[in-house]
Design a protein around this ligand. Structure first.
Ligand SMILES: Cc1cc2nc3c(=O)[nH]c(=O)nc-3n(C[C@H](O)[C@H](O)[C@H](O)COP(=O)(O)OP(=O)(O)OC[C@H]3O[C@@H](n4cnc5c(N)ncnc54)[C@H](O)[C@@H]3O)c2cc1C
Length: 499
């Protein structure tokens, strides 16, 4: 094993890790050696082809289809330079004050999170898309919501020079979407931070971690030769996401000191819903996600967003096979889509563990309240589709593949709650949260309000695993805000440690 000396190691280059790298980068001018390890590749610009299957396998872990232990949900996250910011859509929301109150973390004030979130919004060029660039898929959602008197709001988004290719979740081929791969990491690298790709941190311990570097047939070669390394460092910041960070700490034997490790994950369980119009729409072209509705956030506990997914993802989300499925897929251009996100509670039973080989295992039981939310959401989304003029709607839990326009008044009867059951419909998640919760109590949380792991002054967490409950909005801005806070404390701790 080769041995390398560093001062600060950051595990993961996504929303959390990339932000910490950028914030700590000025230290490099004083000779501080900062290394970011990222297990995924850095694709060359020409390798971002927008082709669904190819990009899914190159950018996503398990091609985006990691299953929960009971196989009732798929979990999507990117394993790449920039982490999931490489594939996120870029909707940029500040966590609401009422959510931070529910989080109830002593020492974590909403004003502080808001201020740091606004810093991230400015860095990432967040703005509202100009009206003339909104496509029909989005306009129809607005029209449907307004016809029914539902609240509908425009998403602030973080693109710069968007060509409307519509393949945000496959890595933007035009470099328009702002993520840590475009903003924070290049800034950090210019100041002297080293980002080592294709490098998996296999364990962490006091003042050191072990790293395995591999080669791949695609992407830029890693800055380090393939092989096994011991890397000495005074501070380690773990930012591998809500699944990998708890798993890494378990693999490192820290589970016995941290009773809350891996516990209380939330996932915003999601459904992709589709309807057919009787004429082609601009749905694949243009920015895919410009509007949302929080009309049902407080009582029914779900959000509705616009979306437009690619052929394979759409096909696997339709419930059923045969002629009707084929008819729906052959008329993709006629499709309108809506994404549903259920706002789930952090149940103690929902947690990350590790398997025999140290790999993450996600135990997540879909609570009845979540299934209730998904049921109501299907019915409300169908109403919006019909109000927008759809001729037929695919409601995954309906008795028939399509609900026809003339049957829209019978939605309640045609979509029985009993059909909404784990394994019966295609549920996924791209918002992974919790597992290393912030808090004051060592029995119920893993870190303090500044991301330092209880009892381990050299170890920090800086990613979505810090969330004590779900964010009730799209989470990346909050991840960046918390990472900015963690970086501030890491800087102070580094000074305390001296040379
Ligand atoms: C398809 C998709 C669309 C999304 N759209 C939006 C959106 O529009 N708006 C929004 O707010 N949020 C969105 N999100 C969610 C958002 O991207 C995440 O919440 C955010 O990126 C999480 O940040 P993170 O730092 O926790 O993890 P990530 O950004 O996922 O980064 C973690 C990185 O750590 C690396 N890593 C893990 N373990 C190790 C290890 N042991 N060694 C080395 N490297 C490791 C991983 O490979 C990964 O690259 C989306 C997510 C997806 C998947």
């Amino acid at each position: 094993m080769r041995e390398v000396q560093a001062d600060i190691v950051i595990v993961g280059s996504g929303a959390g890790g990339g932000t910490v790298a950028k914030e700590l980068a000025p230290l490099c001018a004083d000779g501080v050696r900062i290394v970011v390890f990222e297990q995924g590749p850095k694709l060359k610009d020409e390798e971002l082809t927008g082709r669904e299957i190819e990009m899914a396998s190159r950018l996503y872990f398990d091609s985006g289809g990691m299953l929960t232990h009971d196989r009732s949900m798929t979990l999507a996250w990117a394993r790449a330079y920039g982490g999931s910011t490489t594939v996120y859509t870029g909707t940029s929301m500040v966590v609401p004050e009422h959510v931070l109150k529910k989080w109830d973390v002593p020492g974590l004030a909403w004003d502080d999170v808001r201020r740091r979130s606004e810093k991230a919004l400015a860095e990432n060029n967040v703005h509202l898309l100009e009206d003339e660039l909104i496509n029909e898929n989005n306009r129809l959602f607005v029209a449907g919501c307004r016809a029914l008197g539902y609240r509908v709001q425009q998403f602030p988004i973080n693109v710069k020079g968007c060509h409307g290719a519509g393949v945000c979740n496959l890595g933007c081929p035009n470099g328009a979407k702002q993520g840590t791969n475009r903003v924070q990491l290049p800034l950090a690298e210019r100041q002297g931070v080293q980002v080592v790709t294709n490098a998996t941190v296999t364990s962490v311990a006091k003042r050191m971690c072990t790293v395995r570097v591999r080669s791949r047939k695609f992407g830029e070669p890693s800055a380090w030769e393939p092989g096994e390394y011991i890397v000495k460092a005074r501070i380690i910041v773990v930012a591998g996401n809500a699944i990998n960070s708890p798993a890494l700490l378990f693999r490192s034997g820290l589970g016995e000191y941290l009773p809350a490790l891996g516990r209380g994950i939330t996932l915003h369980p999601a459904l992709i819903l589709a309807a057919q119009h009787d004429h082609p729409l601009t749905n694949f072209f243009g920015f895919p996600k410009s509007y949302y509705s929080d009309q049902f956030r407080d009582d029914q506990r779900f959000l509705l967003e616009t979306c437009m997914y690619y052929p394979f993802t759409t096909a696997k989300n339709l419930n059923g096979f045969g002629e009707e499925h084929e008819a729906m897929m052959r008329h993709l251009q006629f499709q309108q889509q809506i994404l549903v996100l259920a706002l789930d509670e952090p149940l103690e039973t929902n947690r990350v563990e590790i398997g025999h080989h140290g790999e993450p295992v996600v135990r997540y039981r879909l609570a009845h309240t979540v299934l209730d939310s998904l049921h109501r959401a299907m019915i409300e989304a169908a109403r919006i589709f019909f109000a927008a003029g759809a001729s037929r709607v695919h409601v995954p839990a309906a008795e028939t593949f399509f609900v026809k326009r003339e049957d829209q008044d019978r939605l309640e009867a045609l979509v029985p709650r009993a059909n909404v059951r784990p394994g019966g419909i295609s549920i996924s998640s791209a918002h992974l949260m919790g597992g290393c919760r912030m808090g004051a109590d060592e029995k119920t949380s893993v870190t303090d309000a500044w991301g330092q792991v209880h009892g381990f002054p050299w170890l920090f967490i800086a990613d979505s695993s810090l969330f004590p409950r779900c964010s009730e909005v799209n989470p990346y801005v909050t991840v960046m805000a918390l990472a900015d806070r963690v970086a501030e404390r890491v800087r102070e701790r580094f000074k305390e440690l001296g040379s």
